[in-house]
Structure formats: structure tokens, C-alpha cells
Design a protein around this ligand. Structure first.
Ligand code: ATP
Ligand code: MG
Length: 283
């Protein structure tokens, strides 16, 4: 049986439990419990603050964890990063008041920087031989320059709107982050077998996200042109229709390309374009 640590509340909680459910792993609804067993997969879930997940996994109290890569990098505990999970995407950046001119990372020499990620920031500046004063604070980092606590900040950015609201400008991106599946180094073979099953289920779920299934009827003399418009993952399925001279093409396409491809297919004489949602894509 595997034990996986998930964030108990916060930004990654719902997306982590959604991923497990979509991978066919049922979870008990009562999220107030610290530990709960899946009724249909050899796994129990331990709900923790995200700060505690890297250490809990590193020392083997949990075999696996789902946490932001930024937390893994900050804490520095030895863990295996098994898989990037493509949600919780953000970046960690340096920002300064927008009216101040910025000359490059040397700008920070001798400056005070407020952050909740002192470890990552310290490494960044050591690599560049820049010495500055890092002030660790737990929250509301972005207001520190306006109250005179710091000259700049180092924090998580996604859209950048919080920085703008606080009169700050992003000047250096230090790292990108997304949620990752981490594991205790050196798990036994029996546990690794379950981990591999889990990872291949996650891969299927992630692959089908943002994808649609397209069916389109095309005149036979337009098949080649149509196939150039819809390159498929391997080779699209081609089926003859009862109406001679016509064929149906089935293909998996990116959701964002649906309208563009449909318009171009219609221009070459395609008809009856059907777009279906994709449940699973198991390879
Ligand atoms: P906890 O109470 O568990 O300690 P927290 O307050 O430290 O939670 P959250 O704000 O829930 O953390 O963020 C969890 C993770 O989500 C972050 O470590 C980061 O990887 C990611 N994240 C944070 N902010 C954003 C954002 N604005 N956009 C996208 N992902 C983010
Ligand atoms: Mg936290």
C-alpha cells in the first residue's frame, strides 16, 4: 500500500484530488480526516500543509506527494521528482517598485529583498556573486516595498496582476514551477510497481486534457488536403462512407485548434464536422 501526501487546503488541493479521481482512484468525501484510504486502489491519502510535504516524503512517512516544484526546490530535501503534473503553473520572480530604473541582477547588490522563498533566492544570488539582505516573511510579501520593509520582493507570480496592484514591476524570472509528483528515494520494487501504474494513469489523464475528438466527412479527392489540416497523434482513422466517393476522418485534436481546423476543412469541401469531448486517452 502506498501513502500519498496531498495539500489539505489551498490552491493545489482540489486539482490534486481531481487528478486522482480522474485516474480512477476514489477518495472519501470527508476531507477533515487527516488520513483516508482509497476503497478501490492500494493507496491512502495524508492531507498536510504544502510546506511539510517535501520532508514527509523525503523521510518516507509518505511514499509519494503532490506539491509545487517551488516547495521542493525551497526545502531542498532529497526526493525523486517522478512527474510534472501541468497544473499549479507559476513562476518565481524578483520585482521592484515600477518607478525605479532596473539595470540587471547587480541592481540587487546591498539591497533588502522580502520573500517566503529565501533558499531559492540565496542560491540565485550566490551563483551570481551578489550579496544582498534577504528578509524572510511568511505572507503579504508584495506590500513590503510600499511600507519600507524592503527594496524589492521575490515571490510567486502567475498573471502578474498582484504585482501591478502593488505598484511593482517584474524584473527577473528565477524559476518556473508546476505541481509535481514526488517520491521517497529508493522505494521498494513492490511499491514502484504501483507508482508506475499511477504514473501511467496520470499520463493518460493529462494527455486527454485540452483534447477533442473530431469526425469529419470529406470527398475522397480531398483526403490528402484534409490530412494536412488535421495531423493526428499517430495516424488518423479513415473510414469509407456508404455514399461512394466520401470518407470519414476521425482524429484527436487540440481544443484550441477546433475552430481553425473546422473552418479550413469546410473551405476544402468537408461536411458534417462533429466535435466530441474526450473521456480518456490510454496509450
Ligand atoms: P498551505 O496552507 O498548504 O501551506 P500555502 O498558502 O503555502 O498553503 P497556496 O497559496 O495554497 O500555498 O499555494 C500552493 C502552491 O500553489 C504554491 O506553492 C505554488 O506551487 C502554487 N501557486 C501559488 N500561487 C499560485 C498562483 N497564483 N498561480 C498558480 N499557482 C500558484
Ligand atoms: Mg505553505
Amino acid at each position: 500500500m502506498l501513502r500519498i501526501a496531498l495539500q489539505s487546503k489551498g490552491r493545489l488541493n482540489e486539482k490534486s484530488t481531481d487528478l486522482l479521481r480522474e485516474a480512477g482512484i476514489s477518495l472519501e468525501e470527508n476531507s477533515r480526516r487527516l488520513l483516508s484510504r482509497s476503497p478501490n486502489f492500494p493507496m491512502e491519502v495524508l492531507y498536510l500543509r504544502d510546506d511539510d510535504i517535501p520532508q514527509t516524503v523525503s523521510c518516507g512517512i509518505a511514499d509519494l506527494g503532490i506539491v509545487g516544484f517551488n516547495e521542493v526546490a525551497e526545502r531542498g530535501y532529497p526526493v525523486e521528482v517522478f512527474q510534472h503534473l501541468e497544473f499549479g503553473k507559476c513562476r518565481l520572480s524578483l520585482a521592484i517598485p515600477k518607478y525605479i530604473e532596473y539595470s540587471g541582477p547587480e541592481f540587487f547588490e546591498g539591497k533588502r529583498i522580502a520573500t517566503s522563498y529565501p533558499g531559492i533566492l540565496d542560491r540565485y544570488f550566490k551563483e551570481r556573486n551578489i550579496s544582498c539582505e534577504i528578509r524572510e516573511i511568511a505572507g503579504s510579501v508584495e506590500i513590503s516595498p510600499s511600507i519600507g520593509l524592503a527594496d524589492g520582493i521575490f515571490d510567486i507570480v502567475s498573471s502578474g496582476s498582484t504585482l501591478v496592484q502593488n505598484g511593482l514591476a517584474e524584473v527577473e524570472k528565477v524559476m518556473d514551477s508546476d505541481a509535481v509528483l514526488i517520491g521517497t528515494p529508493g522505494l521498494c520494487e513492490e511499491k514502484m510497481q504501483t507508482v508506475r501504474t499511477l504514473m501511467s494513469r496520470f499520463t493518460s489523464v493529462l494527455r486527454s486534457r485540452g483534447k477533442k475528438y473530431m469526425l469529419v466527412n470529406v470527398p475522397n479527392d480531398k483526403i490528402e488536403e484534409a490530412l494536412k489540416i488535421i495531423p493526428s497523434m499517430k495516424s488518423p482513422t479513415l473510414l469509407p462512407l456508404a455514399d461512394k466517393g466520401w470518407s470519414a476522418i476521425h482524429a484527436v485534436i487540440d481544443e484550441e485548434d477546433v475552430w481553425d481546423k473546422a473552418d479550413r476543412l469546410k473551405q476544402i469541401g468537408a461536411e458534417d464536422i462533429l466535435i466530441l469531448s474526450m473521456e480518456k486517452l490510454i496509450i
